[in-house]
Design a protein around this ligand. Structure first.
Ligand code: IPE
Ligand code: IPE
Ligand code: MG
Length: 239
């Protein structure tokens, strides 16, 4: 198999990385932003077209207020400091997740990042922020239910393809490969619809330690996998 067009990463383990060093959790999140910077560069160099990163889940609000504030602050800093560089490197930014409950200045920054980079054609960086798959699916169902109520579509018209057009990821191909760092073997509400046929790779390293070599290693493992999408392997079709 060739290089995956779309790689999605659950960037996990910042807190444990910090704890192992006797540092506060926020130090792990800061180191995580640095790992994100070099991963975006590495992904573009390795020929990936779409990179989705899970930065803040709709369940992460349940963390202590101070940690939530730190994470919001780091997003602000990331967009303010890195947007110009991302734009210069031809990166297009897209945001998925529910923006309605974010602070207005953050919503403004996210919008600015998307508008400024909309015409870029190198890597697309999709940032999942205040994202939860169940929430995304429920919001899509609400939109469709309203369209049915207005008489714009009939309920029988709702196919998986139409449904997907109402998800935050409309227009984004499904991830070919989902990587999770930190050794946890679960998806934690990340792209449950879109990852139905994704290859999954779990790596033990904490996110701040993630390097280009970890990404390259995941791509090598992906190359050795055989995707069937419910069909048969190419070599079995002729039998
Ligand atoms: C991932 O690291 C970053 C976010 C969830 C925002 P964690 O903060 O979950 O780190 P661990 O899992 O506690 O080590
Ligand atoms: C998933 O990690 C969310 C992000 C990486 C942003 P969590 O650390 O929140 O997930 P759980 O709680 O271990 O399942
Ligand atoms: Mg975690």
């Amino acid at each position: 198999m060739t290089t995956p067009a779309h790689v999605a990463i659950i960037m996990d383990g910042n807190g444990r990385w910090a704890k192992a060093r006797g540092l506060p959790r926020v130090a792990g999140h800061k180191a995580g932003v640095e790992a994100l910077r070099h991963t975006v560069r590495a992904a573009a160099e390795l020929g990936i077209s779409w990179l989705t990163v899970y930065a803040f889940s709709s369940e992460n609000w349940s963390r202590p207020k101070s940690e939530v504030a730190d994470l919001m602050g780091l997003l602000r800093i990331f967009i303010r400091r890195d947007l110009a560089d991302l734009h210069k490197s031809g990166v297009r930014v897209r945001i998925i997740g529910d923006r309605t409950s974010l602070q207005p200045d953050i919503r403004g920054l996210l919008e600015e990042a998307e508008v400024l980079t909309a015409g870029n054609t190198s890597l697309t960086l999709v940032i999942a922020f205040n994202y939860g798959g169940r929430d995304e699916i429920a919001r899509a169902a609400q939109q469709l239910a309203e369209a049915v109520k207005r008489g714009e579509i009939a309920s029988e018209d709702i196919t998986p393809e139409l449904f997907a057009e109402h998800l935050d990821t409309a227009g984004i191909p499904d991830p070919d490969l989902v990587i999770r760092t930190s050794g946890e073997i679960r998806l934690s509400n990340f792209l449950p619809w879109q990852s139905a046929y994704s290859e999954l790779i779990f790596q033990p390293c904490y996110w701040p330690d993630f390097t280009r070599e970890h990404l390259a290693e995941a791509l090598r493992e992906y190359t050795g996998r055989e995707r069937r999408f419910g069909g048969l392997a190419a070599c079995d079709v002729a039998l």
